[in-house]
Write a protein that binds this ligand. Structure first.
Ligand SMILES: [Zn+2]
Length: 378
């Protein structure tokens, strides 16, 4: 055995996740596009499968502790969802169908969605109990768009929202920080904690992409939770340096002041340069570096307790490399790893968005900093 299994970093994956079937891709979520071949859904099992293959290929899964996802009960789902919605999804599982607006599942799909929640809450439990310090939960279906009473945007149950509540109710976490770097806004998670000062929700996303109307600068939380929602909408085309600046200037100072007991990341690889559902320009280097920076921040502020939960990411070519780079960021410093390659090669670093912050992106960063300074003295 050439590689020392390291108990600091864990990985959740189940082949059952690859059986979540979102069916054909429907234009506008309504009807099949007429007079053409059906198109497979963009939320494809191939992407999670290839990500796992790359984690294996680069020896990353060898050094990560395997954590089995737990099949959770209704009580855990009820930490966020209504009883009526859970009953609706369970009943719909007999035939398959749309759990809300654009969140389809195949026949017998409900237990897989439940296992996705269990994957994230199992990692949260492993981290809170100290079995591992940092975990990558490579789950599907994703969760951050799911509302308490309906599925939305490929998401059936709110994996990360439930894990945050689970950490608070079952494992004594007082404050939880959630950072959502999926290219789309994490509307479900924001909604879950909008009036709750014990959960800091931060979303970095493409401005007003999906869902329309969510994630604007002035959505800062309400009542006792005013200030503990931080939205950082960025213009299309923002690349690595813009994201790094957002972390350094806004996200990290706020998290240091908030002093969480746990950091959860809603990780979407759909901010990548090749994604069909986003127009950002992140490369594998960004995913590796952001992961490493959050790992270091978690070491600094909360005993290393960091859970990275899979959300979106729709390039069958590129997203798996970004996922492998996340694994590499968590495992950096361990022996026996093969460096994860960049599909674009050296060209990735010479693209304009990789080299500097555009004027519109700089303006967006300045605006976000100004909007949130009142609460966080940025
Ligand atoms: Zn997304």
């Amino acid at each position: 055995m050439p590689f020392r299994r390291n108990r600091r970093v864990g990985l959740v994956f189940s082949h059952r996740y690859l059986t979540h079937n979102a069916g054909p891709y429907l234009i506008g979520y309504r009807d099949s596009f007429p007079f053409s071949e059906p198109v497979p859904h963009l939320s494809s099992p191939a992407i999670a499968g290839r990500t796992k293959q790359l984690l294996d290929f680069y020896n990353l899964s060898d050094v990560m502790l395997n954590i089995e996802p737990e099949m959770i009960g209704d009580g855990t789902l009820r930490l966020y969802h209504t009883a009526e919605y859970i009953q609706h999804v369970v009943a719909l599982s007999a035939t398959g169908g749309d759990t809300g607006t654009g969140a389809p599942m195949g026949q017998h799909g409900e237990p897989i969605a439940r296992l996705s929640v269990g994957g994230v809450s199992s990692t949260e439990e492993a981290v809170m109990r100290g079995a591992v310090r940092h975990v990558y939960a490579l789950v599907r279906p994703p969760g951050h768009h799911a509302m308490s009473d309906r599925g939305m945007g490929f998401c059936i149950y709110g994996n990360v929202a439930i894990a945050a509540r689970h950490a608070q109710r079952r494992h004594g976490a007082e404050r939880v920080a959630i950072v959502d770097w999926d290219v789309h806004h994490g509307n479900g998670t924001q909604d879950a904690f909008y009036a709750d000062p014990s959960v800091l929700f931060v979303s970095i996303h493409q401005d007003n992409l999906f869902p329309v109307g969510w994630g604007a600068l002035d959505q800062i939380g309400e009542e006792a939770g005013a200030g503990t929602t931080i939205n950082i909408p960025l213009p299309a085309g923002s690349g690595n340096p813009t994201y790094f600046a957002a972390l350094e200037q806004i996200v990290f100072p706020a998290i240091r002041k908030f002093a969480p007991d746990l950091i959860l990341i809603s990780a979407g690889q759909d901010a990548s340069v090749m994604d069909p559902l986003g127009r950002m320009s992140l490369t594998t280097a960004a995913y590796r570096s952001m992961t490493r920076q959050f790992r270091d921040l978690a070491d600094e502020v909360c005993g290393g307790r960091l859970v990275i939960a899979q959300e979106g990411g729709y390039s069958e070519i590129y997203a798996p490399y970004c996922g492998a780079a996340i694994g590499e960021g968590l495992c950096e410093g361990l022996d026996g790893l093969n460096p994860v390659e960049e599909p674009y090669g050296p060209r990735a670093e010479s693209m304009p968005a990789s080299r500097h912050i555009g004027l519109d992106a700089q303006q967006a960063l300045d605006d976000a900093r100004a909007a949130h300074s009142r609460y966080w003295k940025l």
